[in-house]
Design a protein around this ligand. Structure first.
Ligand code: SAM
Length: 278
């Protein structure tokens, strides 16, 4: 029984970082004419109404997208445009999830596989993506689904792994899936999101990746406050395996500014570093 619903969290500070990185990766993928596959292992519903009961409950978006939506920063322009696409002008009523953001970049030759296990969210996702011929929605386990699709026929792929980490074993499952996926298809670009609720778990994930033999891994993280074991998710991050060369430059310029806008306390911080060199 899945209890996590992304509709309670859409547009929060974690989505802001994750989706900025996702858009940077998508922009890179479409630079070449050759087709690519987009694989979203944990897709969510695809589109969220920020004034709905779920999003309205804790209004997490107020600490995320609301703070950056109108900033006049060139580094945010593509992300802001993507959010505006599902809204009416400058009004912020809807927030696009990862599959919907991806669909703004996919071309006729590209394909998307979007996995979502939740019974209701998979129906929302199917409806939200109905207009996109390149998209296939699967109500199946996304980690198993990913392995079944690799290597992709196109030999180019962008993979987003964005679980809710509802059970502790999810961290290990994600790592082992990434290890297997990389063995099947070493040249794909993999973006793996993680929450920092308990730093020890992330330190372990860092070590697993460092010792895996996988090379060319970068890590981007943004914390609203210093790590604390009592406050739930205070920061979140994303690993990128096989990142485009400009990503570090872009994120190194953006993150110090972003942390000033999103950070809540003196302990707010960011990381932009290389976990494993090329
Ligand atoms: N990627 C989405 C975005 O950025 O808009 C948010 C995804 S949300 C963090 C995680 C989603 O994974 C939830 O909707 C949950 O129902 C779904 N989920 C949980 N376990 C899954 C699994 N094994 N396979 C596919 N989806 C799963």
């Amino acid at each position: 029984m899945l209890s996590y619903r992304h509709s309670f969290h859409a547009g929060n500070f974690a989505d802001v970082l994750k989706h900025i990185v996702l858009i940077e990766l998508l922009q890179h993928m479409v630079k070449k004419e050759k087709a690519f596959s987009y694989i979203d292992t944990h897709s969510g519903a695809g589109l969220y109404h920020l004034r709905s009961g779920h999003a309205g409950k804790n209004q997490e978006y107020q600490k995320g997208i609301t703070k950056v939506f109108h900033l006049d920063w060139p580094e945010l322009a593509a992300y802001q445009t993507a959010v505006k696409t599902v809204n009416d002008g400058n009004d912020l009523t809807f927030y696009p999830g990862s599959p919907m953001l991806a669909m703004q970049y996919l071309r006729a030759q590209d394909q998307a596989w979007c996995f979502e296990l939740h019974s209701e969210d998979s129906v929302f996702l199917t409806n939200n993506l109905r207009q996109y011929k390149q998209a296939r929605v699967r109500r199946e386990d996304g980690l198993k689904g990913l392995l079944s699709l690799l290597p992709p026929e196109s030999r180019r792929a962008l993979v987003l792994i964005d679980p809710s980490y509802e059970i502790k074993s999810d961290y290990d499952e994600v790592f082992h899936t990434v290890e297997k996926a990389h063995k099947k298809f070493a040249t794909g670009t993999y973006a793996i999101w993680y929450p920092v609720v308990d730093r020890a778990r992330i330190n372990r994930l860092d070590k697993q990746l460092i010792n895996s033999g996988i090379t060319h891994i970068q890590r981007y993280e943004l914390g609203l406050d210093a790590d604390a074991s009592t406050r739930g998710m205070t920061s979140s991050g994303i690993y990128v395996i096989n990142p485009p060369w400009q990503l570090m430059e872009t994120m190194t310029a953006l993150l110090p500014k972003l942390v000033k806008v999103l950070g809540e306390n003196a302990g707010a911080f960011y990381r932009a570093d290389t976990l494993v060199a090329q």
